[in-house]
Design a protein around this ligand. Structure first.
Ligand code: C5P
Length: 237
């Protein structure tokens, strides 16, 4: 069925090799506990599916999720941000497009306990030390010959302001913003695209539909004489 659906999709990414990160990362505290981010992986998996249906060769690097691998997509499972970083950096050189959708934990625990930390009956709590994780997207964007880099930003407010600032800070051509608490775990989302020409709003829709629109927008930006999508926005975001 997936292959029949794919037949009807325009092959706007034919012969393109795409690397996508998705899901959360999980940073262990001890063998039974950890630090993670809210992310179901649904948006990243939908983008992997849409890219594949658009004719791309897709590698999906996924943190822990319960989602099924989209048809025809090569998936590599990781747990921590460092593992995600290592897999991405070892594969990104051969890719034309990198889409970082994963909600990567900003910090990992420096003093991971080898054994389960026992709860103190007197209420004394353990002290955790944090180390900053590598910024995978920024590192890829800073490569001498980077692929076309697309980042995601999940904000809780001020999306218009934070979105463009983040795009510039990460030095990437395209950043996709969404309001985190309105999308986490849900099947629907709404997106705001930020690029050098301004903003484009994709109204609330199913994540699979939005993923197709995003893939079309990426393909249009990669095409040599692309027509700018001028859906320029008025939005409530
Ligand atoms: O800085 P912030 O986490 O908000 O940036 C979000 C974007 O950067 C997302 O595309 C995310 O996948 C990527 N990112 C990353 N490595 C990190 C943190 C974020 O690739 N350590």
């Amino acid at each position: 069925l997936e292959q029949v659906i794919a037949l009807f999709q325009p092959k706007v990414l034919a012969n393109q090799r795409v690397l996508i990160t998705a899901g959360p990362t999980f940073e262990p505290i001890d063998p039974v506990r950890g630090l993670t981010n809210l992310s179901s992986g649904k948006m990243g998996f939908a983008i992997a599916r849409a890219a594949r249906q658009a004719g791309a060769d897709v590698t999906l690097v996924s943190g822990p999720t319960a989602l099924q691998t989209p048809c025809g997509v090569y998936r590599i499972n990781v747990q921590t941000a460092e593992q995600m970083h290592d897999v991405v950096m070892s594969r990104v050189n051969t890719k034309e497009i990198f889409i970082a959708v994963a909600a990567v934990a900003d910090w990992r625990i420096a003093n991971i306990s080898e054994q389960k930390i026992k709860k103190d009956i007197h209420g004394k709590v353990p002290t955790l030390q944090f180390v900053q994780n590598p910024d995978i997207l920024a590192e890829v964007a800073a490569l001498p010959n980077p692929p076309y880099c697309v980042g995601f930003a999940a904000e809780s407010e001020n999306l218009l302001q934070y979105g463009e600032a983040k795009r510039k800070k990460k030095n990437i051509p395209l950043l996709v913003g969404n309001i985190g608490p309105q999308t986490f775990g849900k099947d629907q989302n709404e997106l705001m695209l930020f690029d050098a020409n301004g903003q484009t709003y994709f109204p609330r829709a199913n994540k699979h539909e939005l993923a197709r629109q995003l893939i079309a927008a990426i393909a249009a930006r990669l095409a040599p004489h692309h027509e700018q999508n001028s859906n320029t926005l008025q939005s409530s975001l």
